[in-house]
Design a protein around this ligand. Structure first.
Ligand code: UN1
Length: 507
């Protein structure tokens, strides 16, 4: 059914997950077998990198770094611009491949490619804005400057749910910063990575910088090698808090840098003055979109007690209207979960919620059809229920009442994760309190907008167990560079800082 798509994207039955491919080298890594989550059937396979192939890829990235770092940043930006053009030309096909491999609906698959294109545009502009500072010196005829240099080859580990955009967040900025890139995609979505890399390889070849972008598909083995690899000064990883703890620990042990974008347990507060015409659809998109498999998915809804039952009813009626089915069908709003395991963990979470005193008021059943389809679930819950503190990567929304805005903010902040948060209110004071230092403790705090669907341009990431990393916008580029402070003396004296005297006299 999708043969033509594969053909257009250059995907065969078995694909090499290392590029640029050395055809003479025998494929040695284990086979990755992605499935179409809407049917459970097998997709074309990808040969993962063997340890030797991985080593060669990092060596190539290291060698390429020595020349890439000397290319003027706007020239590097030009390469990124051309990658953006390549993505534009392939937007529909690449979007459909993402839909096929992840199960996210088509508009979201294409949206993901658009996010990559936006990222390219952002990085092109950035390539002329890698500013440093000039700092006043206390010493006469001296000045200080701060400048930014490329860091080296960096490792990027991405998750299945944004199999391409999160790579672009990191790789496009790193590339204009002068770094080279080694990418390990999720073993569940290697085909998207192969297709993206094909586009990038074409551009890189035309610009004589082939080795700047390396793909190294694989499982835990390759991931582990990257974490331990001193040749990679920075590892940027997206995934669960559990994964992030391992990354932080292993990379920290070798005093490397890690940039972590981990789990979220995001909440929306609906205040008495909220416009429900905004709050209800925003909540449904945030809770049900991508079948609840975004790190920004709304998992908790904190509703003022005066509106609680009404909101729950409106949500139930909206949930009833959400069409679940094949994600490439344009009338469908929710596709499948990624795997059988995900269905099992959703069912286990609902069971835990019930046993902890929660009530599933709508949905939560598995659909009787091939693939990993479920109904989204609305659960009446209390903040103290342990399951409410956990991130289950599935469309479960825990709904809880509150009395005062202080209490709502306290509930919102009571979980271990700190990625995104939102309040729906028309009360200026409430909104400002939510955004103040005593307000939301998350990396992202929104007013009258849901928790998911951030645009690039702003720094993306979160606090606490979300890992503290910031990507994709603002000054997040600084994470991909090394800072150098320089003091320059144009005088004929050698005054020391802090008035220290150290006179060795003259001969
Ligand atoms: C993720 O789920 O890892 O804000 C990233 C959003 C998207 C990115 C999500 N732009 O929902």
């Amino acid at each position: 059914m999708f043969e033509e798509l594969f053909q257009r994207l250059g995907i065969g039955e078995v694909n090499r997950g290392v590029t640029p491919v050395d055809e003479r080298a025998p494929a040695a890594g284990p086979l990755l077998r992605p499935t179409n989550p809407a049917s459970g059937s097998a997709l074309p396979t990808v040969q993962s990198a063997s340890p030797e192939e991985y080593d060669r890829a990092v060596d190539r990235a290291r060698a390429a770094f020595t020349s890439w770092r000397t290319v003027p940043p706007p020239r590097r930006g030009e390469v990124v611009r051309q990658i953006g053009e390549g993505l534009r030309a392939r937007k529909a096909d690449l979007g459909l491949l993402i839909t096929l491999e992840t199960g996210k609906i088509r508009t979201e698959g294409e949206g993901e490619v658009q996010e990559m294109i936006d990222m390219c545009d952002f990085a092109v502009g950035l390539s002329r804005q890698l500013y440093g500072l000039t700092i006043a010196s206390e010493r006469p005829l001296h000045r200080m400057i701060e400048q930014w240099h490329p860091l080296g080859p960096i490792g990027i580990v991405t998750a299945f749910n944004f199999p391409a955009a999160v790579w672009a967040w990191n790789a496009m900025i790193a590339a204009v910063c002068g770094d080279t890139i080694v990418w390990k995609p999720s073993p569940r979505t290697p085909l998207t990575a192969v297709a993206v890399q094909r586009i990038v390889d074409g551009v890189a070849r035309a610009n004589d910088c082939e080795d700047v972008f390396q793909l190294c598909a694989g499982g835990e083995d390759i991931g582990r090698r990257m974490l331990d690899d001193r040749r990679l000064p920075l590892i940027s990883a997206t995934g669960s808090c559990r994964l992030g703890r391992v990354v932080g620990e292993v990379v920290g042990r070798r005093l490397g840098r890690s940039l972590l974008e981990l789990g979220g347990n995001n909440a929306i507060i609906i205040a008495p003055s909220a416009e429900l015409e905004l709050a209800i659809p925003a909540t449904v998109f945030a809770a049900v979109g991508t079948a609840g498999q975004r790190c920004t998915t709304a998992r908790r809804l904190i509703v003022h007690e005066s509106l609680h039952d009404r909101v729950l009813e409106s949500l139930a009626s909206a949930y009833r209207r959400v069409r679940i089915g094949d994600p490439w069908d344009d009338s469908v709003l929710m596709g499948p979960l990624i795997s059988e395991d995900s269905v099992a963990s959703m069912m286990a979470a609902l069971e835990a919620a019930r046993s902890q005193g929660g009530e599933v008021v709508w949905g939560g059943r598995r659909l009787d059809r091939p693939g990993y389809f479920v109904e989204p679930a609305l659960v009446r819950a209390r903040p103290e229920m342990p399951i409410v503190g956990e991130e289950t990567f599935a469309p479960i929304l825990y709904v809880m009442p509150y009395r005062t805005i202080d209490e709502a903010i306290a509930i919102q902040n009571s979980v271990e994760q700190g990625l995104t948060s939102a309040v729906f209110t028309n009360d200026f004071r409430e909104a400002e309190q939510f955004l103040s230092a005593e307000g939301s403790d998350c990396g992202i705090a929104n007013v009258n907008i849901g928790t998911s669907g951030a645009e690039i341009g702003g720094a993306f990431g979160g606090e606490k167990s979300t890992g503290g990393g910031r990507e994709a916008g603002s000054d997040s580029w600084k994470a991909y560079m090394r800072r150098q402070t320089c003091t320059i003396n144009r005088g004929r004296e050698l005054p020391l800082a802090q008035g220290v005297r150290f006179d060795i006299g003259r001969d």
